[in-house]
Design a binder for this molecule. Structure first.
Ligand code: F6P
Length: 336
């Protein structure tokens, strides 16, 4: 990072930013950083409303420094978001391109996840003259090329707070609770919620577990007079829905007074971003503007080992981010 203004390698004067896919806490902080650093570099900055949908509809408006005042602490996204079906078609992308040209947009910054970057890759194949950079904005933390995605930390904090509350009632009633968290095909939210919430078990897509394994684990706990337990279930786990799992376990176990299910669901997506997410989003947004001006394109701007790291879009979406196996092993040991 530098305090000085960047001299662009290509003539970039007008940048547009948009948020796309599932909203994530911290997206607003990223938009703020992009707008502020763009203005600092004498660029005109535009916001595209509702992601690719707004690009197709020409819903594009100029943003000034004051438009991003008082948003750093807000969840959701002031630019709104959508999962666009129309952008999956060549006609949709053509319309989007024409709107960018009509608005003299030279470059784009996309904030989103897998679907967002998949759209960006398609668009760049057809219209390579529009540089695009991406910021990882998803609670799932499932993007290869970054240690953390914007929104993940807040989502985990929300889930851990929920687990703390469930613990009170689980303990009081000697109950087993299965708590489902989001993450799509990734177990990151579940693993971190399990560790931070002191759960008795974690079921994640990255690890094969059977009902028998789970029952054995719970029975082991019961031998040590553990009369309640909380198991975190990632929505993408291999064993089925959290309700199926609860039912199958209930058939094999009579340790607890009752078995209950809680699905945290979209609560994980909302709320004021944690300070970690605000700082991460600010760093990535700030860096994306500089990277565009330095001529970078087709990449996701992420963070690895506390340093900015650029990953080509196709790698970010096709390579599987592996779970930290040491953390997983630790979570099993601490859960006993
Ligand atoms: O990608 C974020 C995410 O919240 C996933 O964890 C979840 O599977 C999905 O989006 C839910 O999507 P929607 O809000 O469209 O139902």
């Amino acid at each position: 990072m530098t305090e000085n203004k960047i001299t662009p390698t290509k003539e970039i004067k007008r940048i547009a930013v948009f948020t796309s896919g599932g909203d994530a806490p911290g997206m607003n902080a990223a938009v703020r950083a992009i707008v502020r650093n763009a203005v600092h570099n004498d660029l005109h900055i535009y916001g595209i409303m509702r992601g690719y949908e707004g690009m197709i509809d020409g819903n594009i408006r100029r943003l000034e420094t004051t438009d991003v005042s008082n948003i750093i602490h807000r969840g959701g996204t002031i630019l709104k978001t959508a999962r666009s079906q129309r952008f999956l078609t060549p006609e949709g992308r053509k319309k989007a391109y024409e709107n960018l040209i009509d608005n003299d947009i030279d470059a784009l910054i996309a904030i989103g996840g897998n679907g967002t970057f998949t759209g960006a890759v398609k668009f760049m194949e057809e219209y390579p003259n529009v540089p695009i950079l991406g910021l990882p904005g998803t609670i799932d933390n499932d993007l290869y090329g970054t240690d953390f995605t914007i929104g993940f930390d807040t989502a985990v904090n929300t889930s851990v707070q929920a687990v703390d509350k469930i613990r009170d009632t689980a303990d009081s009633h000697n109950r087993l609770f299965f708590v489902e968290v989001m993450g799509r095909h990734s177990g990151y939210i579940a693993l971190h919620t399990g560790i931070g919430g002191g759960a008795g078990g974690v079921l994640i897509p990255e690890e094969e577990t059977t009902i028998d394994d789970l029952v054995r684990l719970l029975k082991r706990g019961a031998k040590r007079a553990k009369l309640f337990s909380i198991v975190i279930v990632a929505e993408g786990n291999h064993m089925g829905t959290v309700y199926d799992i609860a039912k199958k376990v209930e058939e094999q176990i009579d340790i607890y007074d009752d078995i209950k299910v809680t699905v945290i669901g979209h609560l994980q997506r909302g709320g004021s971003p944690s300070s970690f997410d605000r700082v991460l989003a600010s760093i990535l947004g700030f860096s994306a503007v500089e990277a565009l001006l330095q001529g970078k394109t087709g990449m996701m701007v992420g963070i690895k080992n506390n340093s900015i790291h650029y990953t080509p879009f196709h790698e970010a979406i096709t390579r599987r981010k592996s779970l930290n196996k040491d953390l997983l092993r630790m979570s099993h040991i601490l859960a006993q």
